[in-house]
Design a binder for this molecule. Structure first.
Ligand SMILES: [Zn+2]
Length: 203
């Protein structure tokens, strides 16, 4: 009863305002009002977003719409983030890349029982990126002083460099089992004083 009354009210309002002839069915009147309200809401949201954008931080880096056909896997340790980014852009000449920044980086793929959950997650992420962005090249980067080895795996510093290199190869083998088409490269990020350099490792 109320709905019928409301429809009739809208019809009367619209007709009396001269929008529509009296022969227009109530459903058309209600539909028109609904669309007008929907448009009004959209306009208000757009204005609010524009206002928020004015006062927000704006990156000076241009946005690239196309996906990059290469990815890098490295440790989430932020101390190496800028150097790795610089290496990938300037050292290897990549214009951009997808990334899997996870604790230990390639070590997650090296077959450690303690890290089997991390490996499952990392494999799943890599498969997803590979399928979505049609990856063809993958760069693996391990680093000296990685807490994943000293804290999570409880590995001593003794012989750690050899282990890091071996693990890059083991990780590459494991990744080829799940994504055979990827061209894989390995690097070990090494610290010398306050600088970081990247040693190529055959994988
Ligand atoms: Zn690390």
């Amino acid at each position: 009863m109320r709905t019928a009354r409301a429809k009739r009210f809208c019809e009367i309002q619209a007709v009396s305002a001269g929008w529509l002839p009296s022969s227009v069915p109530p459903i058309i009147v209600l539909g028109t009002i609904y669309l007008l309200l929907f448009d009004l809401r959209r306009i208000m949201i757009g204005m609010a977003v524009a206002q928020a954008e004015k006062s927000a931080f704006r990156s000076s880096a241009p946005f690239e719409r196309r996906a990059f056909p290469q990815a890098a896997i490295y440790c989430s340790d932020g101390r190496f983030a800028d150097q790795i980014n610089q290496f990938l852009h300037q050292g290897l000449g990549l214009d951009g890349y997808d990334r899997l920044a996870i604790a230990g980086g390639p070590a997650c793929f090296a077959g450690y029982f303690e890290a089997y959950r991390e490996e499952e997650g990392a494999v799943s992420h890599l498969r997803f990126l590979s399928r979505l962005h049609k990856l063809g090249r993958l760069i693996l980067i391990s680093h000296e002083g990685c807490g994943f080895y000293s804290d999570f795996l409880r590995v001593s510093e003794l012989g750690l460099h050899d282990r890091l290199r071996n693990d890059l190869s083991r990780a590459a083998r494991r990744i080829r089992e799940v994504e055979a088409k990827l061209r894989i490269e390995g690097y070990l990020a090494r610290v010398n004083g306050s600088s970081v350099w990247f040693e190529p490792v055959a994988v």
